[in-house]
Design a protein around this ligand. Sequence first.
Ligand code: SAM
Length: 269
Amino acid sequence: MAKNSKQRRKSKLTAKTADKHLLYQMSVQDPSFEIDFIDNAFKRLRKRPALTFREDFCGTALLSTEFARRNPKRKSTGLDLDRGVLAWGKKHNIEPAGEVGKRVTLLERNVLDGTKERFDIACALNFSYWIFKTREEIQRYFRSAHRGLNKDGMFIIDAYGGWEAQEPMEEKRKVKGFTYIWDQNVVDPINSNIVNYIHFDFPDGTSLKRAFKYDWRLWTIIELRELLAEAGFSESFVYWENEEEDDVFRRRTRASNYAGWLAYVVALP
Ligand SMILES: C[S@@+](CC[C@H](N)C(=O)[O-])C[C@H]1O[C@@H](n2cnc3c(N)ncnc32)[C@H](O)[C@@H]1O
């Protein structure tokens, strides 16, 4: 009986009934894994648990909510420019979390304006900070993150690359009840500008085309680390995902390139 009603719900997912923020969260976010990784990196580097978290480009604040959920002493603050996505996050992630949600603050703000408050951790994930396309802009952002950290804090960003990142292509992945499509639409080798879209296809044949658009610069890890240093960070480390081991990121100083890699860069003030 339960299975039948689940199946009925599943089959109802169409372009009309689907909620694009929920589809996004289901397709590209894994808050439990990400907060585990961030917590462990912080504990290893700082020899204490982190208590405060600033999520830049927070969108629906899924990570902020997960960070706060882990410990009643924890507080998170999410920054995003888009009032609509913040309202969605409040309704669907923060308020349903009850007491945990009371320890999550949302700020409708440009990340470049930063925060007066300082945090143990600041992060910009899912490559959101690649909207900054010049050295000047990204440095301005890194300085804002640096100013927002406690002396023994930690800044964490992610990056992707490899030859498939340089290739206009579409990658499809089945998620529960729909198909997620990552569309690398434009890759410009002259200025490293890239334009990516996320589309969603549904079992009834309908689609949400271009549900999300990302107009970015494809930055390299070495550029990012040089810019972090110029912005005032004293050191940075790379956590590299081995080709053979999904979701296992190890600190590395050298790596062999492969088709589609992911990495985290952790920087200390
Ligand atoms: C790709 S989503 C990131 C969502 C989520 N943080 C994640 O990890 O998947 C990018 C978000 O950045 C926000 N954004 C873009 N430019 C911004 C800026 N300068 N300051 C604050 N938020 C910004 C957008 O409104 C959008 O919600």
